[in-house]
Design a protein around this ligand. Structure first.
Ligand SMILES: O=C(CO)[C@H](O)[C@H](O)COP(=O)(O)O
Length: 236
């Protein structure tokens, strides 16, 4: 049956299929979260089932785990593998330096652990995610211990940010992460001046588990296009 996909979905699918084609037998993989990473997991599942490709994957969220299981991809934990050959994941913003904002799916804490263990971290996006300056379109998600949410919100406001507690779409009250934490989305009007300084400040706030700034982690960015082409940007 012919798929009818939007232009955005065709671009995401192209990026996802490209990274699945880059996977080699025996690789230990990080499996990302979100709609673009899901295309990659589905394409990888096809290779596992149809070609007998032997790989193992570490999922970055409950959703990625469920999808990978359904696709027949063997899963392991970080107790089983010391390092990963390649991790793939989506992103909300990508800067010219290949720094990222991630976490619209509230999975950024696990995603960062997995990406940090990968020899190659391949980011899958469409053109709409490329920005000149981080923070121009999306807020920075900050995963926070529920009892620390108010002090962290106040500190962010003092820094000039516009933070909000992320609320559920199908639930009254805050979004709860896979770890049982909450998420604050901090908008920085005009964008982020110094992402490295901000990352240090956020990481040292009491009660913050992790934030969605991924700096110096991406080795490759695959930019999918609606016509099925994929532009490959490599970290210099
Ligand atoms: O960081 C993420 C989840 O925490 C996602 O990878 C990011 O939000 C991109 O998602 P999508 O591919 O659906 O646009």
């Amino acid at each position: 049956m012919q798929e009818t996909l939007s232009a955005a979905d065709r671009a995401k699918k192209a990026a996802g299929e490209k990274v699945a084609a880059m996977v080699e037998p025996g690789m230990r993989l990080g499996l990302g979260t979100g709609s673009t990473a899901a295309w990659a997991i589905r394409a990888l599942g096809r290779r596992v089932r149809e070609e007998g490709l032997r790989v193992v994957g570490v999922p970055t969220s409950y959703a990625a785990e469920q999808l990978a299981r359904a696709e027949g991809i063997p899963l392991v934990t970080l107790a089983d593998v010391e390092a990963l050959d390649l991790a793939f994941d989506g992103a909300d913003e990508v800067s010219p330096e290949l720094n990222l904002i991630k976490g619209r799916g509230a999975a950024h804490t696990r995603e960062k652990v997995v990406a940090s263990l990968a020899r190659r971290f391949v980011v899958l996006v469409d053109e709409s995610k490329l920005v000149d300056r981080l923070g121009t379109r999306w807020p920075v998600p900050i995963e926070v211990l529920p009892m620390a949410a108010e002090p962290v919100l106040r500190q962010l406001r003092r820094m000039g940010a516009e933070p909000v507690l992320r609320m559920g779409k199908c639930k009254d009250g805050p979004v709860v992460t896979d770890q049982g934490f909450w998420v604050i989305d901090a908008r920085f009007p005009g964008g982020i001046d110094d992402p490295h300084a901000l990352a240090v400040t956020l990481s040292t706030m009491p009660g913050v588990l992790d934030h969605g700034l991924f700096l110096g982690l991406a080795t490759d960015v695959l930019v999918g296009q609606a016509d099925g082409q994929v532009r490959h940007i490599r970290r210099p």
